[in-house]
Design a protein around this ligand. Sequence first.
Ligand SMILES: [Cu+2]
Length: 294
Amino acid sequence: MRRISWIAAVLIGITLLVACGSDDNKNTAAPPTSNAAPPRYKVTATEVDGAYKFDLPPNVKGGVVSFELASAASNQEPHDFQLVRLPTGHTLDDVLKQVSSDSAPLEAWLKSGAGVGTVAPGSSATATFELAPNAQYAFFCTETSEQIGPHSTHGMSGAFTTGAKSGATLPTGSATVTASEYKFDAVGLKAGNNTIAFENGGTMLHHLLMVPILPGKTLDEVRAVFASQGPPTGPPPVDFEKSIGSAVAGPGESIVYKANLEAGRYAAVCFLPDPGTAGPPHVVKGMLTEIDVK
Ligand SMILES: [Cu+2]
């Protein structure tokens, strides 16, 4: 049975990303449009001798910041870097308990998120977003592998407290994709380089995963695969390896990142469940929108 927890956000698309070492999904920082460029923090993901970990610099500011996620070329698996704000009284362990479980409901106190989407070994990606100043954040990788299980409970997690506001402002996107319950609205996406502003205009956590639909396949066929509980039968109607995704964001939050898109049809999907539930994922509730990129 397919997991429909937080982790399912990337499970489907990303298990097949492992072999994808190309730069197709390589994202770079969005150019700042304000006077003050956002401070940029580099996070390195490594898997040395089975010890999975993130290395990141100390003293992360609040306000608008950029994070670059660099995955070591020697890595075997895809990784992402998800941030969630820890409300007073909640700890990293609380988060890990939820995100590493198949059946734990999505905690209702998880209301704020940011981070960098999935990168393949040897690749890097950057995203820009706003963090609350002087606030506690947990970070973790949402990936799960057959060998070791959730990366988050195998070292790829931690917590830090942000400092004062950076003073930078969020860059403008060349395209905007807005999530709400339960749909996506996309404006301005085109073939080639995009700076995507993923905006959560809804009332709960959402993410954006764009998966290319294969020629001749219909959105109904894509829906059937994403809604099925068992392993897919026959060739998939989408190209999982070329998926491009955002991290999870909370209501009113935005994540800005670069994406190079090939022309074609994409399925925009969200796999998170409603707060306080373990499913169904939003894709089943309608967060499956076809976007034509020309
Ligand atoms: Cu959603």
